[in-house]
Ligand binder design. Structure first.
Ligand code: C5P
Length: 227
C-alpha cells in the first residue's frame, strides 16, 4: 500500500528526474531530488578547494554546508549557504567530482539523515512525497510504499543527457557524455556504501523505448494500484 512515499532510483539518463517530478505534480505530492543534495555538497567541496581524496575534509565541508531543499515539484530548488545553486550544480566540474564525494560514508550518513527529515516533514501527519536518487528504496526509506527502479541502455542514457544539456544551454559532446555516464555508473555501482542497486521489492521499468509520457503514465498506474 502506498504510504505516501514513492522511491524512484536508477542510473543517470533514465529520465528519472523528469518522471519523478511529473509524478509528484500529478499526485499533488512533494518532490525531493537527493542527487541535487550530493551535487550541492560537491559544489561546496570545490569552492573550498578540498582534495577529493580527503574523506575527513569532505565530511567537514558537508557538515558545514548550509543546504536548503525546496520540495515543490513545480519549482524545486536547492540553495547552498543562502544562494540558489540550481544551475551551478549541473556544471561539468560538479558532475565530474560528485561520485567521489558521494562515496564517503560520513557524507552519505549526513545527507541521508537530512533526507529522512525532509521526507518526514512532507508526510507527517499526512501527505506524499516522490524521492529520487540511487539508494532511496534500499537505504533512505526502505519502507516506501512504492519503489520504482528505472533503467535504459547506455546509449539511450547518453543520448538523453546530451539532449538535456543542450536544452539547458550546456552544449555537450556526445562521446564525452557517454564516457561520463559509464564512469559514474561504475563508480556509483561499485562503492562500498549504498551502491546503486535495485531494491528487492522494487518494480523495474526499462525506459529505453519509452517516451516521457509513457513512463509517467506507467508510474501513475503503479501509484494508483498501490494507493
Ligand atoms: O541524480 P544525479 O545524476 O544528479 O546524481 C549525481 C550523483 O550523486 C550520482 O552520480 C551519485 O554519485 C550521487 N548520488 C548518490 N545517491 C543518491 C543520489 C545521487 O550517491 N541517492
Amino acid at each position: 500500500e502506498l504510504n505516501g512515499i514513492v522511491a524512484v532510483d536508477g542510473p543517470s539518463g533514465t529520465g528519472k528526474s523528469t518522471a519523478a517530478r511529473g509524478l509528484a505534480h500529478a499526485l499533488g505530492a512533494a518532490y525531493l531530488d537527493t542527487g541535487a543534495m550530493y551535487r550541492a555538497v560537491t559544489l561546496a567541496v570545490l569552492r573550498a578547494g578540498a582534495p577529493l581524496d580527503d574523506a575527513a575534509e569532505l565530511t567537514r565541508v558537508a557538515r558545514d554546508a548550509h543546504l536548503v531543499m525546496r520540495t515543490d515539484p513545480d519549482s524545486p530548488g536547492v540553495s547552498l549557504d543562502g544562494a540558489d545553486v540550481r544551475g551551478e550544480i549541473r556544471e561539468q566540474e560538479v558532475t565530474k567530482a560528485v561520485s567521489a564525494v558521494s562515496a564517503v560514508p560520513e557524507v552519505r550518513e549526513l545527507l541521508v539523515r537530512r533526507q529522512r527529515a525532509l521526507i518526514d516533514t512532507a508526510t507527517r501527519p499526512s501527505g506524499g512525497i516522490v524521492v529520487e536518487g540511487r539508494d532511496v528504496g534500499t537505504v533512505v526509506v526502505p519502507e516506501a510504499g512504492l519503489k520504482v527502479y528505472l533503467t535504459a541502455s547506455a546509449d539511450a542514457r547518453a543520448h538523453r543527457r546530451t539532449a538535456q544539456d543542450a536544452a539547458e544551454g550546456r552544449p555537450a559532446d556526445r562521446d564525452l557524455v557517454h564516457a561520463d555516464v559509464r564512469r559514474r555508473d561504475t563508480l556509483d555501482s561499485n562503492r562500498s556504501v549504498a551502491p546503486l542497486r535495485m531494491a528487492e521489492d522494487a518494480v523495474s521499468l526499462d525506459t529505453t523505448e519509452l517516451s516521457l509520457e509513457q513512463v509517467l503514465r506507467r508510474l501513475h498506474e503503479l501509484a494508483a494500484a498501490r494507493g
